[in-house]
Each structure stands twice: as structure tokens, then as C-alpha cells.
Design a protein around this ligand. Structure first.
Ligand code: PLP
Length: 394
């Protein structure tokens, strides 16, 4: 008999994929130029040319056996060293190469972080709105995921609900800032308050509560936004980073886990990561990519289009009567739907060939996500449809 858990997952709808599929089919009928697809979080700007140049240079100059050979299970030492140096320079941290574990994207880093600091049956807490994949990610590690309801006026942390939920079975807290789907960046005040609570509760419960900080959008921050480096405020932090978004390499599956040097059992956490890799079959990130990001970790794509799109869309939506908390980064926006049922609202939008994602899958009904990682001209052309949709509710 086939595995029951995975078979039952087939019954769960992959809402985003269904919308994308519908958009693809519909494009065949009305033409791709008439479909406004804001469903997927795929970067819309290419990786900087230095990425391809570096790959070519590695391929042309390195010994093929070394280049394509197995990577050490922790990652290639030179890459870990360069990432530690880069982080220390940028954030004033004090990582050593031994605090860095190379992973297969943020998803891979998270898979290791969850398993390193929790045991099956533990509770992990996160905050709505949150990335829809947190459910399968944490279920795979045997964890009980608790999602704290959103503070919908700010999308900062709803601390009252959080403190009421924390208990001795909570061994980890998972945050994602800049956030998918809201685009909100947690302020220094929020991070400090979170750190204070975690410190106090760790003492009270007699065990550390680890903070797992999922940061694939860390470099997509808009001008003037307060964007603290989370690990600088709480030593028991495991930072999960990815090169998928900031340098537009989602298909190359490359990222890392950085464990704060003063984290309780920091060395042990990294030491057990290769053992985790063995059990989940995620052994070693691709070596060509590891060697490439070592040389380009201080670059990003030209991310300016995301801020341009945000400004245009945010101002226009406000004018049309939508309510939205202004994003501080990413390429997402999360306005309130114009009727309480966000699925019905997104269905109406879909009838106008405007593809939006209902907030329910992010643990925050009554909202919808716009992924504006598209050319600016597409955003501008979609504005009359957002307006027409709003007018139906006035
Ligand atoms: N975490 C968040 C919040 C994301 O939005 C994504 C991807 O969209 C991931 C993790 C997974 O990132 P990666 O593609 O690097 O595995």
C-alpha cells in the first residue's frame, strides 16, 4: 500500500498552482497579454551577469573532478568562510565558517533547522500571515505547528496571543521577515520584544526556545525601512537564507543555515546537520552553485523594479478604496479583500483574468496576496482591473 500521509496530501488543493494552471490555460484562449497573473513568487529580474560569468569561469578553470565531485557534507569550506566573512562585515556579527551549513535553498535550511533543535511532538509557533509551506515543512519534522492570529492593522507580531500560547512544549519559534505574503518587515522594537519574551520564557521553562528566522527576502528591503538583522538580538537564532530571491536563483536550490556563534550548543547543531541530511536525503548542496555563491554573495539582482511596482500598486489601490498595510520589502502585498470571503473575492478577480491568491492559505482569511514580481508595465496595465473590481463593491 502506498504511503497514507503523502497520498492524503494529494487531496489538499495546491491553491497557488491551481491558479497558475488556470492562468496558463486561459492564456491559450485570450492571449497571455490579457492575463494578469500575480499568483507566483518567482523573481522577475535576471541574476546579475556576474553569476553566469562566475559559473563559466569555474567550469573553464577548475579540475572537473573537483568541480563536480561530492561536496563535504557541511558544505565547501571556502564557501562557508566567505559567507561568514560577508555576514560579519554586513551585520557586525561574529560567525565562523563552522557556524555555516550549506543547504538546498531556504527550504533545505529550514528542514535542517527544524530537525536540529526540536523533537517530534514538540510545538513550534509561527505568526499569521505565514508562508503556506510551513505546514508540510513542520509536519515532515513531526512538529505541531501553532499559527498565532495576525495583528491585521500592522502585521507585526500579535504579542498578547503569542504569550498566551507559549508553553513548555514550545521548543522553537519560526519567523519570516520580510514576510511572505504581507511584505511587512518586523521592526527593531518587535524583534527586541520577541527576544525579551523568548529569553524570559526559556528561563521559566528551563530549556532554550530557539528562534528560526526564515530570511529568503532579507535583501529585498525598501528605502528607509527599519530592517534589523534578527540574530543580532537573540543568540539562540538559526538563520535560514536563500539565494532564490535576492539573486534570482530559485531553480539552482542554494542557501545556508547560519547558527549564531553564541547559540546554546551551536557547534552540536551544525555537527548533527549532516546526520539530518542523511535521513531526509538532502545530502550536500550542488558544488558548482556553492562555489559560485562564494564569489557573488555580496551581489544582488537589480531589485529596484519591486520597489517601483510596490509604489505604483500601493498608491493606486489606496485610491480605489482598498485597505493595505504598506510593505517594507519583498515583492508581495496583502490587502484586505473587499468581501469577508477572500476566496469568493479572488474568484471574482479571476473572472476578470486577474490572478490573486486568497489569504486563507496563509492563515489569514479576509485578505489576498498580490505577487508583483512582474514587469512594471504589467502592473500599470492591471490597475484598471483592480479599480473595476473595487467599483463592484462600492
Ligand atoms: N520561505 C519563504 C517565506 C518563501 O517564500 C520561500 C519560497 O518562496 C521559501 C522559504 C523557500 O525558499 P527556497 O526556494 O529558497 O527553498
Amino acid at each position: 500500500m502506498l504511503n497514507k500521509q503523502y497520498t492524503s496530501m494529494l487531496q489538499e488543493k495546491d491553491v497557488i498552482f491551481e491558479i497558475f494552471q488556470y492562468a496558463t490555460e486561459r492564456a491559450k484562449v485570450v492571449g497571455a497579454e490579457n492575463i494578469y497573473d500575480f499568483s507566483l513568487g518567482n523573481p522577475s529580474v535576471p541574476a546579475p551577469s556576474i553569476v553566469n560569468e562566475t559559473i563559466v569561469q569555474k567550469v573553464n578553470t577548475l579540475d572537473p573532478l573537483a568541480l563536480h565531485g561530492y561536496s563535504p557534507s557541511f558544505g565547501i569550506m571556502e564557501t562557508r568562510e566567505k559567507i561568514a566573512v560577508f555576514l560579519n562585515k554586513k551585520y557586525g556579527s561574529s560567525y565562523k565558517a563552522s557556524n555555516i551549513f550549506m543547504a538546498i535553498g531556504a527550504a533545505g535550511a529550514l528542514a535542517h533547522a527544524f530537525r536540529a533543535v526540536t523533537n517530534p511532538g514538540d510545538e513550534i509557533i509561527t505568526f499569521a500571515p505565514c508562508f503556506s509551506e510551513y505546514k508540510p515543512y513542520t509536519a515532515g519534522a513531526g512538529l505541531k505547528l501553532t499559527i498565532i492570529p495576525a495583528d491585521i492593522d500592522t502585521f507585526q507580531i500579535n504579542f498578547a496571543a503569542f504569550e498566551a500560547q507559549l508553553n513548555e512544549n514550545t521548543t522553537a519559534v519560526l519567523i519570516n521577515s520580510p514576510n511572505n505574503p504581507s511584505g511587512i518587515v518586523y521592526s527593531t522594537e518587535t524583534i527586541k520584544k520577541l527576544a525579551d519574551i523568548l529569553t524570559e520564557k526559556s528561563k521559566e521553562f528551563g530549556h532554550p526556545i530557539y528562534l528560526i528566522s526564515d530570511e529568503p527576502y532579507r535583501d529585498i528591503i525598501f528605502e528607509g525601512v527599519d530592517a534589523p538583522y534578527v540574530a543580532n538580538y537573540y543568540k539562540n537564532t538559526l538563520t535560514c537564507y536563500s539565494f532564490s530571491k535576492s539573486i534570482s536563483l530559485p531553480g539552482e536550490r542554494i542557501g545556508y543555515l547560519a547558527v549564531h556563534p553564541d547559540c546554546i550548543e551551536a557547534d552540536k547543531i551544525i555537527e548533527i546537520c549532516p546526520q539530518i541530511s542523511r535521513t531526509i536525503g538532502q545530502n550536500g548542496a550542488a558544488s558548482l552553485m556553492q562555489r559560485t555563491v562564494a564569489d557573488v554573495c555580496n551581489y544582488t539582482s537589480d531589485l529596484s523594479v519591486y520597489e517601483t511596482n510596490k509604489k505604483i500598486l500601493f498608491e493606486a489601490l489606496k485610491e480605489y478604496g482598498y485597505h493595505c498595510v504598506e510593505p517594507g520589502g519583498t515583492f508581495y502585498m496583502f490587502p484586505r479583500s473587499l468581501e469577508p470571503d477572500s476566496q469568493a473575492f479572488c474568484k471574482k478577480a479571476m473572472e476578470k483574468d486577474l490572478m490573486l491568491v486568497p489569504g486563507d492559505i496563509f492563515g489569514c482569511p479576509g485578505h489576498f496576496r498580490i505577487a508583483y514580481c512582474v514587469p512594471t508595465e504589467r502592473v500599470e496595465k492591471a490597475l484598471p482591473i483592480f479599480q473595476e473590481l473595487a467599483e463592484e463593491y462600492l
